[in-house]
Design a protein. Structure first.
Length: 494
């Protein structure tokens, strides 16, 4: 099969010899089996061309691969799969028809239906491509077997997609809670959209964003779950080999390609694609330790960054510190800053939807308003609906600024920073500035409520942000976060 290979227009890709089917009578099925072995160091993507004749109503693909034992500390075999139709595999082109990564061992497509993660639509004649992604390859190599079955006959009617509305009823200007990184069974999650929506409502969320790995196939399956009380935005988790990025709130039906690495200098093109489609570019879990998860593209294209992902762990602590360093750099260089957010990345039980959640101040509950609030940093991140915060800075003449804002005051102007907390029992409060932690208070009583004030000047603190942390065992490390805010900047802009 490695004969007739060629490098395609997609970075680090290989196209194998084609598999051919002949025309057949209605109701017939034809099956072909393809076997091969991929060596260690294989390209990121390997394409198997399949010549599809006219008169086909359904394509079904299944695959298996070997999983030999490997030495300790060595990655074993993991092989992802997807498909492109006769329009080709061009990067960012129209041919994408679905991706399940390693979550499924088979899939089908026809005009009226498809496996979750795949797009229904007409099966047209031409050269289709099964896309293999050798995520990791064992030292012995990766042997695979692919079975392709075509069913012949008249195609069904194409179903027109219906999408959720871009606005919910809301409460006027208010703080709205959301979780913008979620997975259903349309990628590698195990929950249905209905189950996720029910969990979101139970978690006190007002909005969510769908973010399936490398597919937009779920977009047409969320309309029934939206309502006056829940805004559902549509997106994708663009899962590259050099990090993941949440495309947050894109136009319905938007596909964002993922087949590149940082060295290919292509991410900027797809970041612009996200924004052109009305979405935000949000690098996800930038210091995660899974293979390919650590963010390598830099933050020049980011609209926000996911600092807290799921239950708080050491890699979140590193992400928080890294983001704080970016805040210092933005002050030093007089440039715009990048807001932080938190999401659950929930896939299946026992993952908790809404742990954490981003709480955004907006004028209404609409896609545009939520995105504007996230981009502006008028938000804080809390571990649950139980935690609520009010964080302000006030100058000597009554000047006032809230989270994400700027208190325009002279360098020596006295400033009072005030934090009001509810729902955080036994938590410690920290005020963090460009110098580090300059105030620590608490722990809060068992009721979880309290008020903390600290006085400073813009000359002493260029910004202030608040953290709530759980009690920790004796030692130098702080406890896990219960909540944190985006900063308030002090002093006049440069």
């Amino acid at each position: 099969m490695l004969a007739r290979s060629k490098v395609t227009g997609t970075a680090a890709a290989l196209t194998l010899g084609s598999v051919t089917f002949a025309a057949a009578a209605d109701g017939d099925q034809e099956t072909r089996t393809i076997r091969g072995t991929l060596p260690t160091g294989s390209p990121d993507f390997v394409y198997v061309p399949v010549e599809v004749p006219s008169g086909v109503r359904e394509i079904k693909v299944s695959y298996t691969y070997d999983r030999p034992a490997v030495p300790a500390g060595t990655a074993g075999n993991a092989l992802d799969i997807g498909v492109f139709d006769e329009r080709g595999t061009e990067l960012g082109g129209p041919g994408f028809r679905g991706w399940s990564g390693g979550a499924r061992s088979e899939f089908f497509l026809r005009a009226d239906d498809a496996t979750p993660g795949y797009l229904p639509g007409r099966v047209r004649a031409g050269t289709w491509h099964i896309a293999l992604g050798p995520y990791t390859v064992a030292p012995q190599g990766l042997s695979y077997e692919i079975t392709v079955t075509l069913t012949y006959g008249e195609q069904g009617a194409v179903v027109e997609p219906v999408y959720p509305p871009g606005r919910a009823k809301g409460r006027g200007r208010a703080w709205y809670r959301g979780d913008c990184h979620l997975h259903s069974w349309y990628s590698d999650g195990r929950r249905t959209p209905a189950e996720i929506a029910a969990l979101a409502r139970a978690a006190g969320l007002d909005f969510i964003n769908t973010s399936e790995h490398n597919t937009h196939a779920a977009h047409a399956h969320w309309a029934d779950e939206a309502g006056d009380d829940l805004l559902i935005m549509l997106g994708e988790e663009v899962t590259t080999r050099n990090g993941h990025v949440v495309a947050l709130g894109t136009d319905p039906g938007t596909f964002v390609d993922w087949r590149y690495r940082a060295r290919d200098h292509r991410f900027g093109r797809f970041a612009r694609r996200i924004r052109k489609a009305g979405g935000l570019v949000v690098p996800a879990h930038p210091h995660a330790t899974c293979i390919g998860c650590n963010w390598k593209f830099g933050f020049g294209e980011a609209d926000a960054v996911e600092v807290w992902n799921g239950p708080y762990t050491p890699d979140d602590e590193v992400a928080l510190a890294d983001w704080d360093g970016m805040l210092v750099a933005s002050v030093r260089e007089g440039r715009d800053w990048i807001a932080a957010m938190g999401n659950s990345d929930a896939h299946r039980d026992p993952d908790v939807v809404g742990l954490p959640q981003t709480v955004v101040l907006t004028d209404d509950l609409s896609r545009a308003a939520i995105q504007e609030g996230i981009r502006a940093g008028r938000s804080y991140v809390a571990e649950s609906k139980n935690v609520s915060l009010s964080f302000t800075a006030t100058g000597g003449k009554g000047e006032h600024a809230g989270i994400g804002g700027r208190l325009a005051a002279a360098p020596d102007t006295p400033v009072t920073v005030r934090l009001e907390v509810a729902g955080a029992p036994r938590c410690t409060v920290r005020f963090v500035t460009d110098q580090g932690v300059l105030f620590t208070g608490g722990p809060l009583p068992g009721a979880g409520s309290g008020v903390f004030e600290w006085r400073t000047t813009p000359a002493y603190a260029a910004y202030v942000r608040a953290e709530l942390r759980h009690e920790t065992a004796a030692g130098p490390l702080p406890g896990a976060l219960a909540a944190f805010t985006n900063p308030i900047f002090l002093g006049r802009a440069h």
